[in-house]
Design a binder for this molecule. Structure first.
Ligand SMILES: [Zn+2]
Length: 361
């Protein structure tokens, strides 16, 4: 399937450059009247996005603070569909935001999680810009002849756009991103030993959060016994504030499914080796929807045994399908790849929400 470059992307990119991503800029932009879409049979019409982009999509390092500013602006501008709260506080004192998109009292819910791995911060930037897209088109946009308002009134998205803010700040700024002396020292030490800070996946305590869950805990083949930039699962499942927070969010609703954004590989993982067959079948169905948009190859439950990841956890704990979308060609993903990733991934939320609304999950 051919992916046409969306006029919105060009405009957003251009306006972002012109305005320095200042949402209060006077630049009028993005009459996104002619969104292209990924498949031949699907069409979508969206309304106007009159005051231009909020989330910057031209900057390599999309920071924790920028995300918080963007959330505040999005909530003020689109109060009918965007709400956020600052919830758990990390080791470095950063609060993790939790975003509700759509009707909080909807019958069905989808949980979205991104940037659990530090160096994978582009996943937060993508999720935030997708949130802006859907919010700005909530009142007037359509997907497959169904209004976005109808879709997201029925299926609410609960989003953790940056599950690991401490790690992201270190991956972006090195020891300047660390706020306490012990963590600064740890970052310096790793740099001295030859691992650059931009490759960190863990949180500020040296725990790989995506190995800190119960199902398959400690079973990762790249297991590291002590604090490390990656693959150290921590002393026990849920030893980390961030992991406990994700568990709490996952207990808030009976989710229809889980979407997890990571980088890199341009592929999708689905299912879990020790999940029920019916869950893995549903995860394949979910991943095939994603594949129709991105064209990414799918890797199923036989390719990776449970290793304490979030996807492993929820599929066994809640018996609900999960898909892990790996974005981009390398880590960190170069910003030059952003537009292409955005374009391919943009309509996945609407497509999946529509499937949930139609009781396919
Ligand atoms: Zn990852």
């Amino acid at each position: 399937m051919k992916h046409l470059l969306s006029p919105l992307i060009l405009k957003v990119g251009l306006v972002c450059l012109l305005s320095g991503c200042n949402p209060n800029s006077n630049v009028q932009s993005a009459t996104n009247e002619s969104h292209s879409h990924d498949t031949e049979t699907e069409t979508s019409q969206v309304g106007e996005n009159p005051s231009g982009p909020i989330v910057c999509v031209t900057k390599q390092l999309y920071s924790y603070d920028e995300m918080l500013e963007d959330l505040e602006i999005l909530q003020q501008k689109y109060p009918q569909c965007v709400k956020y709260e600052l919830k758990a506080e990390t080791y470095q004192g950063r609060q993790i935001p939790l975003v509700t998109f759509g009707n909080a009292n909807a019958k069905r819910h989808v949980m979205v999680m991104s940037a659990i791995h530090a160096r994978e911060y582009m996943s937060a930037q993508l999720v935030m810009s997708m949130l802006e897209h859907y919010a700005s088109n909530y009142d007037n946009g359509k997907y497959k002849e169904t209004t976005l308002k109808n879709i997201f009134d029925n299926v609410c998205f609960i989003i953790v756009p940056m599950a690991n803010p401490d790690g992201v700040e270190i991956a972006q700024k090195g020891e300047k991103g660390a706020l306490t002396a012990d963590v600064k020292q740890w970052v310096r030490q790793n740099t001295k030993e030859g691992t650059k800070y931009d490759q960190i996946k863990s949180n500020a305590r040296g725990v790989d959060l995506n190995r800190n869950f119960r199902n398959g805990f400690g079973k990762d083949r790249r297991y590291k016994p002590t604090k490390n930039y990656s693959h150290h699962p921590g002393p026990e499942p849920y030893s980390e504030i961030e992991s406990v927070f994700l568990l709490e969010v996952s207990q808030m609703h009976d989710y229809a499914l889980f979407l997890n954004y990571h980088t890199s590989g341009n592929l999708v993982y689905y299912g879990c080796k020790n999940a029920q067959q019916s869950v893995n079948n549903a995860a394949l169905k979910l991943s095939n929807i994603i594949k129709r948009h991105t064209g990414s190859p799918l890797y199923g439950p036989d390719t990776s045994p449970a290793c304490g990841s979030w996807a492993d956890e929820v599929e066994v704990l809640y018996k609900r399908p999960s898909a892990t979308i790996e974005l981009g060609s390398k880590n960190p993903v170069p910003i030059a790849e952003f537009n292409g990733l955005y374009k391919k991934n943009l309509w996945i939320w609407a497509d999946i929400a529509l499937a949930v609304m139609n009781s396919q999950f």
